[in-house]
Design a protein around this ligand. Structure first.
Ligand SMILES: [Zn+2]
Length: 44
């Protein structure tokens, strides 16, 4: 049974930062793909 991409991402238990591989636990905004540490590095 095929699963739609929307369902797939909704069912993901947690996001993983693509920069450092850490789990992103404390970000509600779904458009943030990186963890706080990598985001702060980016904006330095
Ligand atoms: Zn990171």
């Amino acid at each position: 049974m095929l699963q739609s991409p929307v369902e797939f991402f909704r069912n993901m238990p947690e996001k993983i930062c693509p920069e450092c591989g850490e789990c992103i636990e404390d970000q509600a905004e779904s458009y943030l793909l990186e963890c706080d540490r990598c985001l702060s590095k980016r904006y330095e």
